[in-house]
Each structure stands twice: as structure tokens, then as C-alpha cells.
Design a protein around this ligand. Structure first.
Ligand code: GTP
Ligand code: MG
Length: 124
């Protein structure tokens, strides 16, 4: 899955370089806590969690602040590491406001399960 997403981001970089020059593209990496968002960002940047400058990775709620990482091949592409949705600090109802959703151009949604229609339906 990471490889497929990596290809999408590579296409995005290529497109960006060719058509938009140095215009910044903000990519938010979102999903529930612990699903692998920070690991994904590290992977795209060619880093492991132990490398200097890597996004912190861990088994409990690890990312507690929003932080941007530049792509090594195109500094105009910013990968934003976002805390997991539905935690005490980032409850679902306030998530979009808290992450300042309007500042992102693209969203990479990381999931460890299949997406099925039932998951998109409103819960009462
Ligand atoms: N098996 C497996 N484990 C993974 C994968 N990606 C991440 N992990 C592990 O899952 C745990 C959480 O990874 P993180 O990258 O910190 O997840 P996160 O979504 O950033 O978590 P929060 O910052 O807490 O929201 C770590 O122990 C990782 O080593 C994966 O693709 N497969
Ligand atoms: Mg994280």
C-alpha cells in the first residue's frame, strides 16, 4: 500500500515541477491513531524512525502536534504529519477545525482496513 501511495506522491511531484514551478503543495496524512501515518511519511522520505529528522513513531498516541516535513526531492511538497483522529486531544467532532483543514491541498488517508460503504455512513 505504501508503494502505491509513494507512486501517487511521485506523480504529484512530477506534475508540480512541470506545471506549477515552486508553488507549495500541502499534503495532509490523516487517519486514526497508530495506523502508520508517521511511518508512511518516513518511508516517502526514505527514512526509518531512528534516522535524524524522521517523524517520531510509536505504539501509543505518538504524534501530538502537527508537523510538516519536506519531500527530499521537491521541497515544495510538504507532508504534514497529523495526530490521529478521535483521540482526546483531537476528537472527531473538532478534527477538521483542529487540523486547520483548509490549509491542505491533498489528503492521504491511511487505513489498516478495507474501505466499505458502511464506514462512510453517518453514525447516530
Ligand atoms: N506491521 C506494520 N506495522 C506498522 C506499519 N506502519 C507502522 N507500523 C507500526 O505501527 C505503530 C504506529 O506507527 P506510527 O507511524 O507511529 O503510527 P501513527 O499513525 O503516526 O500513530 P500516531 O502518531 O499515534 O497517530 C508503530 O509501532 C509502527 O512501527 C506497517 O505498515 N505494518
Ligand atoms: Mg504519528
Amino acid at each position: 500500500m505504501f508503494y502505491q501511495l509513494y507512486l501517487v506522491l511521485s506523480d504529484l511531484q512530477c506534475h508540480q515541477r512541470q506545471r506549477l514551478g515552486g508553488v507549495r503543495v500541502n499534503v495532509a496524512v490523516i487517519g486514526i491513531s497508530g495506523v502508520g501515518k508517521s511511518s508512511f511519511i518516513n518511508s516517502v522520505r526514505g527514512l526509518t524512525a531512528d534516522d535524524l529528522g524522521a517523524a517520531p513513531v510509536g505504539v501509543t498516541e505518538t504524534t501530538t502536534d502537527i508537523k510538516a516535513y519536506t519531500h527530499p526531492e521537491n521541497p515544495s511538497v510538504m507532508l504534514w504529519d497529523i495526530p490521529g483522529v478521535g483521540t482526546d486531544q483531537f476528537p472527531r467532532a473538532e478534527y477538521l477545525q483542529l487540523i486547520k483543514v483548509d490549509r491542505y491541498d491533498f489528503f492521504v488517508i491511511i487505513s489498516a482496513t478495507r474501505y466499505v460503504k458502511a464506514r462512510t455512513e453517518r453514525r447516530n
